[in-house]
Design a protein around this ligand. Structure first.
Ligand code: NDP
Length: 427
């Protein structure tokens, strides 16, 4: 390393260490937000609660769910079963994107099988009355607390024992404790053939999200004697989103999280807690709001979800297939692209010739469709769409900076050819 590079790295490291307070606050604030959302949904009909006195604050704090041994047992069995499936369910091995040193890690893609087998087993357990259909809905608060504690311990493990994971690139401490704990020190932590990040990205969180939805639908049936059309739609939309994820499981290997994000508290907690407990907010809301929708609204919501899905999936597949086979036609024509000085190619046809991140736009359209099923009585069911818009706009800008640094003049040319970021003519 040259002396100026060493100097730059030293000052970047000092900057990151200086961010310790922000990351420490994040460790407290993020779980607090999830608890707050759950409390508002569970005890206040989805209304925002603003305690204005110490007494009210005390009441709010008393509504924070405590972990229970029952919830700990449910969650441990759940994660254990998903681990077992990840390790032993049939599937194929697939190479990930090349790492900086040119090597590729192999991933066991058995999500499609694991997803259906999990659903089948849960169905049989409910049918045989081993567990009630409302189990997850009834225990949701306690399971949330167990998942929070579990993911905190897991992130500590990742931070304290990075050397257990002998995969390229090696562990790197780049800032102070809070920075490294929060953002992670290892890119691809592995125990033998088990890739911890790849596993957590989908199995224990994403599948749990759908099961929570279905359990909440069962709770609505118990409370109101029927499952409302909005609840039905939300369950179907989420079910379809996650099924699609597993059907195209290999596509996750080229995503930002897998390729560039180190595995620390932010990502592990995000996958294990944030996803199942905030993505299910619409279903949590609908349990106690069993309204119906007029037919035109239902048709509009279904159309918005279908259009969003088409854009999201087609854009992701176009890029994925183009990277595998650059001459395969897109929309019946030979694809156009920019050949970069780094050797990779940037697609400029199909959705990637209309805007630079239409895959994000499609994802957001689906998110909006899910929220609209809750009508307009409260703002909290729209939390997903608001948070996701912020996340994807921030992500698009971060990716843009990353690609500008990576591709230099070639990225400038791509920006000239495709000037819109996410919505042609608007943004
Ligand atoms: P992308 O799949 O859009 O990947 C961005 C990367 O693709 C860039 O860094 C660059 O990498 C490459 N690239 C960019 N433009 C081109 C082009 N024109 N031609 C070829 N390659 C290009 O981003 P993400 O990984 O963030 O997202 C993947 C999907 O996951 C999205 O649909 C998103 O909506 C979804 N998502 C969902 C989340 C959720 O919580 N539900 C959270 C985050 C994402 P390279 O270095 O290879 O050139």
């Amino acid at each position: 390393m040259s002396s100026s590079a060493a100097h730059n790295e030293a000052s970047a490291s000092a900057r990151r260490a200086g961010l310790g307070l922000e990351f420490a606050l994040g460790l407290v604030a993020l779980p607090a937000v999830v608890y707050y959302l759950w409390i508002c949904m569970r005890y206040h009909g989805g209304a925002l609660v603003f305690p204005t006195s110490r007494t009210q604050l005390g009441e709010l704090l008393r509504e924070v769910p405590l972990p229970t041994w029952k919830a700990a047992a449910i969650y441990s069995i759940w994660v254990g079963a998903q681990l077992f499936l990840q390790l032993f369910a049939p599937g194929r091995w697939f190479p990930g994107a090349p790492l900086d040193d040119g090597t590729r890690l192999k991933y066991r893609l058995n999500g499609w099988f694991s997803w259906w087998l999990t659903l089948l087993v849960v169905l049989v357990l409910i049918w045989r009355r081993v567990i009630p259909a409302t189990l997850l809905a009834d225990e949701l608060g306690a399971i949330l607390s167990v998942a929070n504690i579990g993911s905190l311990i897991f992130a500590l493990y990742l931070y304290v024992f990075p050397s257990l994971h002998k995969t390229a690139p090696s562990a790197e401490r780049r800032g102070g404790f809070f920075h490294d704990f929060f953002t992670g020190v290892v890119l691809n932590p592995r125990l033998g053939s088990l890739d911890l990040k790849f596993f957590c990205e989908s199995r224990p969180g994403l599948i749990l999200w759908v099961l929570i939805d279905l359990s909440l639908a069962a709770q609505q049936l118990e409370l109101h004697g029927r499952i409302s059309a909005p609840m039905f739609l939300v369950c179907i939309f989420h079910f379809f989103y996650v099924a699609d994820y597993f059907l195209h499981e290999e596509a996750i290997l080229s995503t930002w999280d897998i390729r560039h994000e180190r595995f620390g508290f932010m990502l592990s907690w995000g996958c294990l807690v944030w996803v199942p407990f905030t993505f299910s907010l619409q279903a949590q809301y609908l349990v106690r709001h069993a309204h119906e929708l007029p037919l035109p609204a239902t048709v509009g919501i279904v159309a918005l979800n279908a259009a969003g899905y088409f854009i999201f999936r087609s854009a992701n597949l176009q890029k994925h297939r183009f990277r595998q086979s650059p001459t395969a036609p897109i929309w019946g024509k030979r694809p156009t692209f920019i050949r970069t000085a780094r050797g990779t190619q940037l697609l400029t046809s199909g959705f990637w010739g209309i805007a630079r991140h239409l895959n994000y736009t499609g994802d957001l359209m689906m998110g909006l469709a899910w929220c609209l099923t809750c009508k307009f009585g409260h703002v909290l069911p729209y939390f997903y769409f608001i948070y996701f818009s912020v996340l994807l706009i921030h992500r698009e800008r971060r990716d843009d900076r990353h690609c500008a640094a990576r591709y230099g003049a070639d990225w400038d040319e791509y920006r000239r050819k495709v000037p819109w970021r996410m919505i042609p003519g608007v943004y």
